[in-house]
Design a protein around this ligand. Structure first.
Ligand SMILES: [Ca+2]
Ligand SMILES: [Ca+2]
Length: 203
């Protein structure tokens, strides 16, 4: 205890005995700047974690990040701070990175984006590339099917021709021997997709 402090202590003791009151010596409270507060011992200033204590001013769609003496409100992934509105706005990834995210088509969504493929293709496992659909696995042709990149083609066995309208049905004329007079007549045979056959008599 310094000489001055000892003298002050003696003076206080003298005054206290005169007034019949007790006293204790307390350390002066430390003064901390904005964003800081005194630690529990009152010895030093420590940072206030506004994110932990709920003192932040972040919106619900923002992430609070504590910094020394302050805090930040970061936008979530897929959003960015707009200087005019001061809000977190969705990033239109399709506009920002044209042709770089999706093999075929890109559709912007809130906070993200979605790739899709042209007809005849399906989205690959990486959710970006497009791969050919093998349409022949679903037997779309009356007779034969050939898968092609982005499409498929039907063709018919000898004696049959492909219907020029639906491009899947095979039509043929099979001549049949009928009766004892050995008369011939022909019937139109349509071979439809999924192996259903329809026979129409044609004389
Ligand atoms: Ca987006
Ligand atoms: Ca195909």
């Amino acid at each position: 205890m310094s000489v001055q402090l000892s003298q002050a202590h003696a003076n206080l003791h003298s005054i206290a005995s005169t007034l019949s009151v007790s006293y204790t010596c307390q350390r002066n409270l430390i003064q901390c700047g904005r964003g800081f507060h005194a630690n529990s011992e009152g010895e030093r200033c420590v940072d206030i974690d506004e994110c932990e204590t709920g003192l932040h001013r972040c919106q619900e769609d923002q992430h609070c990040r504590n910094t020394l003496g302050a805090h930040r409100c970061d936008c979530k992934i897929g959003y960015e701070h707009n200087q005019h509105t001061h809000l977190c706005m969705d990033v239109n990834e399709c506009w920002r990175f044209p042709g770089r995210l999706c093999a075929h088509e890109c559709r912007n969504t809130p906070g993200s984006y979605h790739c899709s493929c042209s007809a005849g293709f399906k989205l690959a496992v990486d959710s970006r590339s497009c791969e050919d659909v093998d349409e022949c696995t679903d037997s779309p042709c009356g007779q034969e099917c050939a898968n092609t990149y982005g499409s498929f083609r039907c063709y018919c066995q000898p004696g049959y021709v492909l219907n020029e309208f639906d491009r899947t049905t095979c039509e043929g004329q099979a001549c049949l021997l009928q009766g004892s007079k050995r008369q011939w007549h022909c019937r139109l045979v349509m071979v439809l997709p999924h192996r259903d056959s329809l026979a129409l008599n044609a004389h």
